[in-house]
Design a protein around this ligand. Structure first.
Ligand code: MN
Length: 386
């Protein structure tokens, strides 16, 4: 059986104020293309989307329309299994899910945990994102709520999965869909923290007993290691949602599951726009070769001139139309954390020097410090006269 695993679409997200809907449509089109015409002509039995469909609980209407459009196209070719992530509202995402169960399985409710979607001989167990505060009462087996932790609620959910799996034949393969931070995974800057009680993760062994865990939450594709035969994998997001992901190769995961085991193939997404981090003086940036190479990219620029150039953003924007962030960090800027004497022991001139270097990030010139000292003296005289 063949599955396509993806997650963290974050429809409705912006990148430093720039609307990403067209970029999101472009990568989701690639999923539809892969499903319509698989790279090796082997058809898909289902598409799995492991949470964070939307970027927020109340998504913009354009995001809802795009999701509807993509679901319509995907379900024309195969079945689709969707779960809620920590960014989604389970109720809103789950609207109508009891009604469309033939081709489309939207699982956002805790009440169906342990009930698989059966696809051939594969039992797929979708788990919505389990907020410990909400799940510890619902998933308890005794009178007392579960401990307030991701580990406790995920263990309870997996116990339900294993109990159901035990009732099925030995030839049954199993997939769990989960939205969680598994130990050993590495985060980027675009996931929202899910720390509860100081801890955000669950152990890989929580998922022991199933063949494959289709994970969402972390935005880089990766496979947390597991001591058991269970293969855990994050498909990662289809787009880069922060500059920290500029080195990520984004991909969808193709999963083949048969008697011989689990095989994973990455199908890379063509990024609608490259991402780059540029550094230089304003002249280098405006007239040098960087402009030619990165004019079409989303760029973050650090300008190193000693003083902040005038109309900095506008001038950079004329050369880099997709500039998202501009920083001014003069070359030779002081490193933070340089040893200093206590404030009370510093002279007014030293304090003035600290102030100037803090604001401009370069040491003040002798003229600037003379001026500061003179102003301080004048002010002191004024105070003395009062
Ligand atoms: Mn996410």
């Amino acid at each position: 059986m063949r599955f396509l695993h993806t997650s963290d679409w974050h429809l409705g997200r912006t990148l430093h104020g720039v609307d990403l809907l067209d970029a999101q449509r472009a990568v989701l089109r690639q999923i539809v293309e892969q499903v319509a015409q698989p790279h090796d002509a082997v058809p898909f039995d289902a598409v799995i989307v492991a949470g964070d469909i939307y970027d927020r609980a109340v998504p913009p209407v354009e995001a809802v329309s795009l999701f509807a459009e993509v679901l319509t196209e995907l379900t024309a070719h195969t079945r689709v299994i969707v779960t809620a992530g920590n960014h989604d509202s389970a109720i809103r995402l789950g609207f109508g899910s009891e009604l469309f169960t033939d081709r489309l399985h939207i699982r956002t409710s805790m009440s169906s945990i342990g009930e698989p979607v059966l696809i051939g001989d594969v039992a797929v167990y979708p788990l919505p994102y389990l907020d410990p505060d909400a799940a510890r009462g619902t998933l308890r087996t005794g009178d007392d709520p579960l401990p307030r932790s991701h580990q406790a609620v995920m263990t309870a959910a997996m116990d339900l999965v294993r109990a159901d799996l035990a009732t099925r034949g030995p030839s049954t393969r199993s997939i769990v869909v989960a939205h969680a931070f598994v130990v050993g995974g590495s985060a980027s800057e675009s996931e929202r923290s899910i720390v509860v009680g100081g801890v955000d993760h669950v152990a890989a062994s929580t998922f022991d007993g199933v063949d494959y865990v289709a994970l969402g939450h972390l935005h880089g594709a990766q496979q947390p290691s597991s001591a058991s035969r269970t293969l855990l994998r994050y498909s990662g997001s289809p787009l880069r949602y922060s500059f920290s992901e500029r080195g990520h190769r984004k991909s969808m995961t193709v999963l083949d599951l048969d008697e011989s085991g689990v095989r994973v193939t990455e199908i890379p997404f063509r990024q609608p726009r490259a991402m780059a981090d540029l550094t230089g003086t304003i002249d280098e940036l405006l007239t040098g070769p960087l402009g030619g190479r990165h004019a079409d990219d989303w760029v973050r620029i650090t300008v190193t001139d000693r003083s902040r150039p005038e109309r900095l953003f506008d001038r950079l924007k004329s050369r880099f139309p997709h500039v998202l962030q501009v920083f001014h960090v003069p070359a030779g800027a002081l490193q933070p954390g340089e040893a200093r004497s206590p404030i009370a022991e510093r002279s007014p001139r030293e304090l003035g020097a600290d102030f100037v270097s803090h604001v401009t990030r370069v040491p003040g010139s002798a003229e600037e410090l003379d001026l500061f000292e003179a102003a301080y003296r004048e002010a002191g005289l004024e105070v003395g006269r009062a």
